[in-house]
Ligand binder design. Structure first.
Ligand SMILES: *[C@@H]1O[C@H](CO)[C@@H](O)[C@H](O)[C@H]1NC(C)=O
Ligand SMILES: *[C@@H]1O[C@H](CO)[C@@H](O)[C@H](O)[C@H]1NC(C)=O
Ligand SMILES: *[C@@H]1O[C@H](CO)[C@@H](O)[C@H](O)[C@H]1NC(C)=O
Length: 535
């Protein structure tokens, strides 16, 4: 039977409507494609050591990029490597991922929990190609923990926290961390393959070249997420002489080398931006630059005039260098300084929702989308920041817990670690910001780490406050006292009580700490001299 005229018409109209829908969505897809994201993480880069904070160390390229974008001057990170990276990758506090304590040590069977959704996984939902060049440091004991299983299309670099810049071998950096300290192995991979062929090539140059290749080979019609967690400027202090020479006037070997390492990083960022321009991607790029934590004066980094160091909850550990730049930033915001309260975890919803146009629905985030704040100057949605609660670092640590002089960590010597207290106590190392108030409890940093360290090239001695051993709380108004000089805990006991209450409330939501013992199965000697998954 022949179709009725009405039905024929209806089918034609429907077909036309579908065609129209497809074509408009295609047009929208081409023109409305989200911008490329290049996300650069410097390692252990001190507050003082970027040219626009003080010109002692020169960073002309970073200065220029920052001055064309938005300098984030009220921006916070975590005090050490894995924690900052875990929060960037999940938008969640460490008390909710079990990574509250220290970093992931190479011989530990530990990684970013596999049920966490990562930033690159979410960006892929918005069509991004995702590439990692540099340092992972979120665990690798089994294949499922590796970057290629956590949302990256390609991954190049090293898995643990540190390595030799030239040999790409990793050996112990933690003198008291038992056996794993002495285990030597290569930690360098090109996707799944161990990459021996870069031995003798300085990692900053190798990473720059790889990043440039990713950019050159990228299809410009697809949004790019290039995650570049650089090795610079983490110890060991190593740099080609040419970069160190301009700092001979420092008369301080370590600081000269460190400044040279900063120079290689500055140059690398310039080369990467040049490649983005040459590939025609730059006009459509958002570039973020951030440190992972404060500098460590013991490895020549500096946070002057902030108090404290890497691995402390003082501002020197957590008030980070950061900026966002690129032609995608609206013209009226280019060249501005943002005082909006922001944390490294906030990049997660900011990039997924604000930049990529995706959604974080269904994820229990501890972070905020800052995109309006960055692009329109609207007030920051963040009013509070849990710096951390680490129940394994206690001012009343029992016998059997060692103190690592180098890393300033209290950690189990015996492999038996503390029963974590059911309730929060001010013996526990913790810190929180609520508005302008900051409360620190327990031991924010050990002895000397509570000091103000002038840059070594000034030949001044550090300023160490006398602190009674029984002191467990410190209170500062950070807006008025960004260098934490005036402890107001005696003057405002009601604020202390209030903020301790907030810490108690957070502590109740904590998941158990994951800090498993090192295992001999990790020893590269049993894997052809290679660090890599052993389970
Ligand atoms: C660097 O610090 C010194 C000492 O605080 C100060 O005199 C100088 O102005 C600073 N330079 C810049 C560019 O901030
Ligand atoms: C992952 O599993 C742990 C343990 O069951 C749980 O505490 C945590 O909340 C889970 N994370 C997510 C994102 O669901
Ligand atoms: C390593 O460095 C040498 C000397 O600079 C260079 O010729 C070579 O191309 C580099 N190799 C790689 C794989 O980067």
């Amino acid at each position: 039977m022949a179709m009725s005229k009405v039905n024929q018409w209806r089918m034609l109209v429907e077909a036309l409507a579908v065609a129209l829908l497809i074509s408009t969505s295609l047009i929208k897809g081409a023109a409305g494609k989200p911008p490329h994201i290049v996300f650069i993480v410097a390692d252990d880069y001190g507050w003082f050591d970027i040219g626009y904070h003080n010109s002692t160390i020169k960073t002309p390229i970073l200065d220029q990029l920052a001055s064309q974008g938005v300098k984030l001057e009220n921006y916070y990170v975590q005090p050490i490597c894995s924690p900052s990276r875990s929060q960037l990758m999940t938008g969640r506090y460490q008390i909710h991922t079990g990574l509250q304590h220290f970093v992931i040590i190479a011989p530990q069977p530990n990684c970013l929990p596999l049920n966490e959704t990562t930033l690159p996984q979410k960006l892929k939902e918005s069509g991004y190609a995702t590439h990692l060049v540099g340092k992972w440091h979120l665990g690798f004991y089994k294949n499922e923990c590796m970057p290629l299983q956590r949302g990256f299309d390609s991954s190049f670099g090293y898995l643990s926290g540190m390595q030799d810049y030239w040999t790409h071998f990793r050996h112990g950096s933690f003198p008291n961390f038992k056996d794993g300290n002495h285990w030597l192995g290569i930690d360098f991979r090109d996707n799944d393959r161990v990459a021996w062929e870069y031995t003798g090539n300085y990692s900053q140059f190798v990473f720059t070249e790889r990043a440039q290749r990713v950019i050159q080979q990228h299809n410009p019609n697809q949004p790019l997420f290039l995650y570049l967690p650089l090795q610079s400027v983490h110890g060991p202090l190593q740099v080609p002489d040419k970069y160190r020479k301009p700092y001979a006037h420092f008369h301080n070997e370590n600081r000269e080398i460190y400044a040279g390492m900063v120079a290689t990083m500055d140059e690398a960022v310039g080369k990467i931006v040049d490649s983005l321009k040459a590939a025609g991607l730059w006009e459509d790029t958002v570039l973020v630059f951030t440190t992972d934590n404060g500098g460590t004066p013991h490895a020549a980094g500096n946070n002057w005039p902030l108090r404290g160091t890497k691995n402390t909850l003082w501002e020197g550990g957590v008030h980070g260098n950061g900026f966002i730049t690129g032609p995608v930033i609206p013209a009226k915001m280019q060249g501005t300084v943002s005082k909006h309260f922001m944390h490294i975890s906030d990049w997660f919803p900011t990039l997924i929702e604000g930049v990529a146009g995706g959604s974080t629905a269904g994820l229990a985030l501890d972070s905020y989308n800052m995109w309006d704040s960055i692009t329109k100057g609207t007030p920051s949605p963040r009013k509070e920041l849990l710096h951390n609660i680490d129940p394994l670092i206690r001012a009343d640590h029992p016998l059997g817990y060692g103190i690592d002089e180098e890393t300033d960590m209290i950690y189990p010597l015996s492999g038996v670690y503390p029963k974590v207290a059911a309730n929060f106590s001010t013996y526990i190392r913790a810190a929180i910001r609520v508005g302008d108030w900051k409360l620190l409890t327990g031991r924010p940093g050990r002895d000397g780490r509570n000091s103000w360290y002038p840059p070594p090239e000034w030949n001044m001695t550090s300023i160490t406050p006398l602190t009674p051993a029984e002191k467990l709380t410190w209170l500062f108004n950070i807006a008025e006292d960004p260098c934490e000089k005036n402890d107001l805990s005696d003057k405002h006991p009601e604020v202390v009580a209030d903020l301790v209450g907030r810490l108690e409330a957070y502590y109740k939501t904590s998941v158990p700490v994951r800090f498993p013992n090192e295992t001999v199965k990790a020893n590269p000697a049993t894997h052809f001299g290679v660090w890599g998954p052993w389970e």
